[in-house]
Design a protein around this ligand. Structure first.
Ligand SMILES: Nc1ncnc2c1ncn2[C@@H]1O[C@H](COP(=O)(O)OP(=O)(O)OP(=O)(O)O)[C@@H](O)[C@H]1O
Ligand SMILES: [Mg+2]
Length: 321
C-alpha cells in the first residue's frame, strides 16, 4: 500500500523569550492511503503542532526541520502555490473549537460556497447552492435551509462542528485531520460526531488522522495508534487494549477512566508532570513519572525502535506481559 504521508525526522521548535520550546523532536511517521490513525497524548505534547506541520501552517515563531511529504510532495520547503494546492485539494482539517474556527461575520452559505469555488472554480449559483446543501446533508444536518443561511453564532456547538466538517469536505480532500473535534461538546453530541467521522471515512475512503487525548476514543476510531509524549512519538502500533501497549506511558493512558464516570475521571491522573519543554536532558522524557523506570532511563535517552512488524517503541524496557 502506498504511503500518502511520510514524515521524516521532523523537528519543530518555538522561539520564545526564555529560549526554545521543543514541541516536536525527531518525529517519524508513515501513513497509508485510506488508513485511520489516532494521535494520542496529554495536553502540550505536540499533537496540534504535528497537525499544523502537515499543512505547513506552523506559527511564525516556529523553526522546523526534517521532511513532510504528502503524495510524494515535500511541503515544508514548498512554495505558496504547492501549499495552496495541498491545503485546498488533499487535506481538510477540523479543530476543537468549531465556533472559533468559523468566521463569525459570514454565513454558513458564504463560507462553504467560498471553499467550493476555490476548489472547483466559478459555478452557477443554483449549482453552488446545491453542492453546499448536499454537504450539509452528508454531515447529517437537518433543517438545512435555515442552517445554510445562518451565521455561526446562531448554531449549537454540534451544528457548528458539522458545518466545519462540511467545509473541510468541500474541497473533496483525500486526508481529513480532526484535531480534538469533540472536546468542546457534550458526550452525546461527541458520540454523534465520532459516528459521523467513521461514516465519512468509510464512504469517502478518507485517510483519517484523529488527534485526541482520550486513548479509549482513539482505540474505537483507529486501526493504528500513535502515542506522543513531550514532543516525541513514544509508541505506535495496532493497539486495541491495554496489554497491546508496550510503553509504560501508553499503559498509564489506558488506566485513565473512560467517560462513564465523569467525576472520577478528574481524579484519575498520571502522577507527576510533563517535563519542561524548553529543556532536553539526556534521559527518557517519561523518567520521573514512570512506575517501572530503572537507573539507565535517567542517564540515557531511548531511541525509537521497532519491536515487531508495525510496532515501534521508545523505551529501554518495553512491557511485554
Ligand atoms: N506559537 C507558540 N509559541 C510558543 N510555544 C508554543 C506555541 N504553540 C505551541 N507551543 C508550545 O508547544 C508545545 C506543544 O503544543 P501543542 O499545541 O502542539 O500541544 P497539544 O498536544 O496540541 O496540546 P493540547 O492537547 O492542549 O491541544 C506546548 O508546550 C505549547 O505550549
Ligand atoms: Mg492541541
Amino acid at each position: 500500500m502506498k504511503n500518502i504521508i511520510e514524515i521524516q525526522n521532523l523537528t519543530v521548535e518555538y522561539k520564545i523569550k526564555e529560549g526554545l520550546v521543543h514541541a516536536l523532536t525527531g518525529v517519524e511517521l508513515h501513513i497509508q492511503k485510506g488508513e485511520a490513525i489516532a494521535i494520542v497524548g496529554e495536553s502540550g505534547c505536540g499533537k496540534s503542532t504535528l497537525a499544523s506541520a502537515l499543512i505547513n501552517l506552523v506559527a511564525l515563531n516556529a523553526v522546523k526541520s526534517g521532511t513532510v511529504k504528502i503524495n510524494d510532495m515535500e511541503i515544508l520547503s514548498a512554495g505558496k502555490k504547492v501549499l495552496e494546492n495541498i491545503r485546498g485539494k488533499e487535506i481538510g482539517i477540523i479543530f476543537q473549537e468549531a465556533g472559533a474556527a468559523l468566521n463569525p461575520v459570514f454565513t454558513v452559505k458564504e463560507q462553504i460556497e467560498e471553499t467550493i469555488t476555490a476548489h472547483f472554480g466559478k459555478l452557477e449559483k443554483p449549482e453552488l447552492e446545491k453542492r453546499g446543501l448536499a454537504l450539509l446533508e452528508e454531515t447529517g444536518l437537518n433543517d438545512r435551509e435555515r442552517i445554510y443561511k445562518a451565521y455561526p453564532h446562531q448554531l449549537s456547538g454540534g451544528q457548528q462542528q458539522r458545518v466545519m466538517i462540511a467545509i473541510a469536505l468541500s474541497c473533496n480532500p483525500e486526508i481529513l485531520i480532526a484535531d480534538e473535534p469533540t472536546t468542546a461538546l457534550d458526550v452525546t453530541v461527541q458520540a454523534q460526531i465520532m459516528a459521523l467521522l467513521k461514516k465519512l471515512k468509510k464512504d469517502r475512503n478518507l485517510t483519517l488522522i484523529l488527534i485526541t487525548h482520550d486513548l479509549h476514543l482513539a482505540v474505537d476510531m483507529a486501526q493504528r495508534i500513535v502515542v506522543m509524549y513531550a514532543g516525541e512519538i513514544v509508541e505506535e502500533g495496532k493497539i486495541s487494549q491495554e496489554k497491546d501497549a508496550m510503553h509504560p506511558y501508553s499503559r498509564a493512558l489506558f488506566e485513565l477512566i473512560p467517560d462513564i464516570n465523569a467525576e472520577a475521571r478528574d481524579f484519575k491522573i498520571i502522577p507527576g508532570e510533563v517535563p519542561d519543554m524548553t529543556t532536553k536532558e539526556n534521559k527518557c522524557r517519561f523518567f520521573g513519572r514512570c512506575a517501572t523506570a530503572k537507573p539507565k532511563c535517567g542517564t540515557m535517552h531511548p531511541e525509537y525502535e521497532k519491536v515487531k512488524e508495525g510496532h515501534a517503541v521508545r523505551c529501554f524496557y518495553p512491557v511485554k506481559d
